[in-house]
Design a protein around this ligand. Structure first.
Ligand SMILES: C[S@@+](CC[C@H](N)C(=O)[O-])C[C@H]1O[C@@H](n2cnc3c(N)ncnc32)[C@H](O)[C@@H]1O
Length: 465
């Protein structure tokens, strides 16, 4: 999930990187900030190509040679790659230069600056956009040896076939290129770039542009949205006859608050949000409930709204808490626990951090799948799904350091440490979980509403004109 940042004034260089002399070609399309230093650019190229960074390198640009001054091969003709930025040496669209890796095997890459672009709001660079074919194995001997190796690999009857396959464990496939894996491996470099930018200019986390974008795509971008909101309402330990006070943190357009007020006719809700545009939408939507609903501004990162929580019976929040880092979440859980009434409950619907790369891939793929299915089911077209993809909303595919989901396990531990008697995850789909804590241990029989009742209220809220 991305948020717009108005801070990134750097230009972005879209480069095509191709290994020279190979057919079919091995290539990558990448976008990097023009102010990246050449030694950092070398690290990016290592990752996107798939090299292991075992050997030295050179950039050969307009007859000048750049590389690491510390290496034993660097003579007086080599200038420091640490002192030069990409935009200083390849400042125009169409310029080409050579990136040489492994001075023995002599892998020459042609880097062509295809386009110089404005940074896209919310996108973190460097990013790999496309590519084809696997990188040759390290130390395979250079281009001629590699071509020979491919011929032997393709011919199981070749006398050297076994001898060649063994060193690569039999699983080297020259046709495979994994874009997701590459972008995941670029994440530490991206985070370092963001830290550098942050030191210079403070970063705005959520803008009115984000509110507008979210409103356009939420119907498909929130997995199983109707089911998810209904599940949250079903988990509330209240009957329809109970009067209780709820607070929603980051209410957005107010759908959850609307559904809650519809489902529980004696309840009151304070709906808080930081975006004026969202608050206006929520206020219009919740006007149906008169004085039972109050929409107020709040800033999640400050504490001056906490007075709204005093004595509340339930706090709910959807897709907001992941904007806080781990420490902030712990402080929030403790502050909520202190203020909730004795029977109080905190329920959060939000992204969670996968604990294995395989889980990250699962979350990414199932989120895409859910967005596509919801787009087709709701509109009969893929257009909203395409917008979801284009805007890089899928955090598990396009991680954004402004989104800081924590692992489910950690969050349950923090809830327990805050004092909640019962903590658990109650629903999970496509990396989106509903989890939370109850202050009191209740008996075995449910005091809440049925899922069907909750679903009716959610549908009424979502389909309200
Ligand atoms: C992804 S939207 C979710 C909206 C709604 N809860 C839903 O599930 O549809 C995130 C909401 O959190 C609000 N928000 C994000 N960061 C915030 C902050 N630091 N302080 C207050 N509100 C914030 C945004 O204005 C937006 O309405």
């Amino acid at each position: 999930m991305v948020t717009s940042s108005q801070t990134d004034q750097r230009q972005i260089y879209q480069c095509k990187v191709s290994l020279k002399g190979l057919i079919p070609p091995i290539w990558r399309k990448i976008q990097v900030s023009g102010d990246i230093r050449l030694d950092e650019f070398h690290r990016v190229l290592q990752i996107v190509m798939g090299w292991g960074n075992y050997h030295s390198y050179r950039f050969i640009i307009d007859g000048a040679m750049y590389g690491p001054l510390g290496d034993v091969f660097a003579d007086a003709t080599v200038r420091s790659a640490h002192e030069v930025r990409l935009s200083q040496v390849a400042g125009t669209e169409g310029s080409r230069f050579i990136y040489l890796y492994d001075l023995a095997d002599d892998w020459q890459h042609v880097v062509k600056v295809e386009k110089i672009l404005a940074p896209k709001p919310g996108v973190q660079y460097p990013i790999c956009r496309a590519g084809q074919r696997a990188c040759p194995p390290e130390e395979c001997g250079g281009i001629w040896e590699y071509t020979n190796l491919l011929e032997i690999l393709q011919d199981p009857r070749h006398p050297e076939h076994r001898e060649i396959v063994e060193p690569y464990g039999g699983d080297f496939d020259p046709e495979v290129f994994d874009l997701v894996r590459v972008n995941r491996a670029l994440q530490p470099i991206r985070e370092a770039q963001v830290r550098k930018t942050k030191e210079i200019i403070p970063i705005q986390q959520w803008t009115e542009a984000d509110s507008r974008l979210y409103q356009e795509i939420a119907a498909v971008a929130v997995p199983a949205r109707e089911e998810q909101i209904s599940a949250l309402l079903t988990l509330l330990p209240f009957s329809q006859a109970d009067s209780f006070r709820a607070v929603e943190l980051g209410c957005g357009e107010g759908f959850l608050s609307h559904a809650l007020l519809d489902c529980f006719p004696q309840a009151q809700v304070v709906a808080l949000d930081g975006s004026a545009e969202m608050r206006a939408q929520a206020a219009a939507r919740l006007s149906d409930f008169g004085s039972r609903a109050l929409v107020e501004p709040f800033d999640l990162n400050s504490g001056d709204w906490l007075s709204h929580l005093e004595g509340a019976d339930c706090i709910v929040s959807s897709l907001v808490v992941h904007h806080l880092d781990g420490e902030q979440k712990q402080r929030l859980f403790a502050a909520i626990y202190e203020r909730l009434s004795a029977q109080g409950v905190l329920l959060i619907a939000d992204l969670i951090q996968p604990q294995r790369p395989e889980a990250g891939e699962l979350f990414a793929a199932t989120w895409d799948r859910s967005a596509e299915a919801q787009a087709l089911a709701k509109t009969g077209s893929r257009q909203l799904f395409e917008q979801f993809v284009k805007t890089e909303w899928n955090h598990y595919r396009f991680p954004d350091p402004f989104d800081k989901p924590s692992s489910l396990f950690e969050q349950l531990t923090w809830l327990k440490a805050a004092g909640f008697a019962v903590v658990d995850c109650f629903w999970l789909q496509a990396g989106h979980a509903i989890y939370g804590g109850y202050k009191a241990v209740l008996g075995d029989s449910s005091v809440g509403v049925s899922f069907t009742t909750a679903l009716r209220s959610v549908q009424a809220a979502l389909h309200r004109a």
